[in-house]
Design a protein around this ligand. Structure first.
Ligand SMILES: [Zn+2]
Ligand SMILES: [Zn+2]
Length: 238
């Protein structure tokens, strides 16, 4: 059996996510996906809520901010510490029972060389949010080939309309453990395309709106409770 999986999606539980959990379910089904990996930045909260529903199969995950790169921790039920080196993150993910994929490798500019010595289970070859999509896809494919790692694709959607622009065909039954096992065995075919500019611009506009709202809240909060205002940091990779 072949299943269609988007391995890289962010919800509003990510500091930069704009998609509610309900929207994620609706748009995933609308895109014809059989399964989605929920990979919010450094939090597993939204993913743990989504595994409880039965409308679409969810692989719980986290996009871990490691030194010089982002690592997709897939099929984990606990947070993975951020700020560690890539290999240490990979080991923590394995200890948590999951698999580790290097997200958008060519975007990890400075840390790329050190990063690539880590023993990733898979490499994200297609990322629909990449600005230089064709070049990134080509270079990511070469990296995956050189490392002999499995190849994945994901939309890196932060906004509902972006879901499913990239997906991975996995030769497995519709079961999280089976899908993860198939990824480790390399039974994957990355597919997909760039998110259209119109959709991307809508996301950027909404993102800016959220940033301003959080900034204003932060100003209000900091005037009353010094140092406790919410923070918003732009994602340096996605
Ligand atoms: Zn991401
Ligand atoms: Zn990222």
């Amino acid at each position: 059996m072949k299943v269609k999986v988007d391995f890289h999606i962010h919800t509003c539980y990510s500091y930069d996510g704009l998609m509610t959990l309900k929207e994620l379910i609706v748009y995933s089904k609308r895109s014809g996906l059989n399964c989605v990996a929920v990979t919010d930045h450094d939090t597993i909260e939204g993913a743990l809520k989504l595994v409880k529903q039965d409308e679409i199969l969810v692989i719980p995950g986290v996009e871990v901010s490691a030194k010089g790169c982002h690592v997709l921790a897939l099929n984990v039920m606990e947070p993975i510490q951020s700020g560690l080196g890539a290999q240490e993150v990979v080991e923590r993910v394995h200890e948590a029972g999951g698999i580790a994929a290097l997200a958008h490798p060519t975007a990890a500019y400075k840390g790329a060389r050190k990063t690539l010595t880590a023993k990733f289970d898979a490499i994200e070859v297609i990322n629909s949010s990449s600005l230089f999509f064709d070049l990134s896809t080509y270079l990511n494919g070469r990296i995956a080939d050189a490392l002999g790692a499995s190849q994945l694709a994901g939309s890196d959607a932060h906004y509902a309309q972006e879901v499913g622009y990239a997906y991975t065909i996995v030769e497995a039954s519709l079961n999280v453990d089976e899908i993860v096992k198939a990824v480790k065995m390399g039974l994957t075919t990355p597919c997909g395309r760039r998110i259209p500019w119109g959709v991307r611009l809508k996301r950027e506009a909404l993102s800016l709106k959220k940033k301003i709202a959080l900034g204003l809240n932060g100003l209000t909060a900091s005037s009353s409770t010094e140092g406790e205002g919410p923070s918003f940091y732009g994602c340096s990779f996605c």
